[in-house]
Design a protein around this ligand. Structure first.
Ligand code: AVI
Length: 327
């Protein structure tokens, strides 16, 4: 794993730097108007486990729909990817969907799962190694939204397929999304490919239900960001003092996830005091929804050439195969 240098001159692993960057962004966001937290705040070990549970909720159609599309198209996808590719997965979590590709890929040269949560990443990498003992698995604990280094054993000549499932691209505002997809071209290199899952615009009631599951798992996931700040930034958020909210904002084609302050309150964090008015919203996540065409426009703005797209019969979710031009 590559290392960087902290302000004090000590070497820090990529994972520690990613954690520090998340917490620094959280402090900045709490000073902004409206107040915001970076979605990376969700993904400590508990948050990653809660996210896996969200994916199993009946209202959260995204995971099962994307999985069904991948299952139905995996043979064609791997044919398009070609032999000996290096598969780089961004935000790999439990690496569940990846197995649909790994089961069929033609002699892949390796698998590089990249995730900000070290616990989830290394557990998943161990499981993948157990199931695919012939595969070179090279986990990288990093925040993929910042520049990160591929393992030194990766050769620049290897053909790269970036895999970015789950509609995580929707968690980025449009300009950030274009920037991130340009950075993915840097990872994929000339002639590299991107397989990306994108949730599609649909009926408001279904969109809002997906982020307000009846079992309250998404609410726990949302509040977990405050729990993490309490632990890692010496904050004293009262979790009972905030309420989960997720609403569709049509003008911006996104779900906004928020924590709403139930009363006027003060919160101490890293030696500062943050004031919340009653009813004030702390934005924790944006989940943008696209049409196939609006997403292709975004991909082209980032320099990718759309080649293929698959959706389920109901048109709920899409999987895109994009190519980075050779020159
Ligand atoms: C990771 N990401 C694609 C999820 C989403 O649907 O935007 C995160 C999530 N937030 C609440 N539920 C799921």
């Amino acid at each position: 794993m590559t290392t960087g240098t902290s302000a004090r001159g000590r070497e820090l692993p990529q994972s520690a730097r990613a954690g520090q960057a998340t917490l620094a962004a959280a402090l900045r966001g709490l000073g902004a108007r409206p107040k915001r937290l970076p979605p990376s705040c969700f993904y400590d070990a508990r948050g990653s486990a809660l996210f896996e549970r969200i994916c199993e909720q009946p209202e959260y159609y995204l995971t099962r729909t994307e999985t069904a599309i991948l299952r139905g198209t995996a043979a064609e996808l791997v044919r398009l990817m070609g032999a000996h590719v290096l598969l780089v997965e961004l935000g790999s979590g439990a690496s569940t969907k990846t197995r649909l590709l790994l089961d069929r890929l033609d002699e892949p040269s390796g698998y590089v799962p990249v995730d900000i949560s070290g616990t989830a990443l290394f557990e998943a990498a161990r499981d993948v190694r157990r199931c695919y003992p012939w595969l070179d698995v090279m986990p990288v604990c990093a925040d993929f939204t910042s520049a990160f280094a591929l393992p030194s054993s990766v050769h620049s000549t290897q053909r790269v397929a970036v895999f970015f499932p789950g509609s995580t691209i929707g968690n980025f505002d449009v300009l950030e999304g274009v920037r991130l997809m340009r950075a993915m071209r840097g990872v994929a290199g000339h002639g590299g490919v991107l397989v990306i899952g994108v949730d599609l615009v649909k009926d408001v009631s279904r969109l809002e239900a997906a982020y307000n599951d009846a079992a309250g798992v998404t609410a726990q996931f949302n509040l977990n960001a405050l729990r993490r700040l309490n632990r890692e930034l010496r904050a004293d958020f009262d979790l009972e003092g905030f309420e989960h909210e997720a609403v569709w904002v049509p003008a911006l084609s996104r779900i906004e996830m928020r924590l709403v302050s139930k009363c006027r309150q003060q919160v101490a964090i890293s030696g500062r005091t943050i004031e919340f008015a009653a009813g004030e919203r702390l934005i924790t996540e944006h989940c943008h929804k696209y049409t196939v065409d609006s997403f292709r426009t975004l991909a082209r703005a980032a320099g990718w050439s759309p080649r293929q797209v698959w959706t389920d019969d109901a048109g709920d979710f899409s999987v895109h195969f994009l190519v980075s031009p050779a020159h």
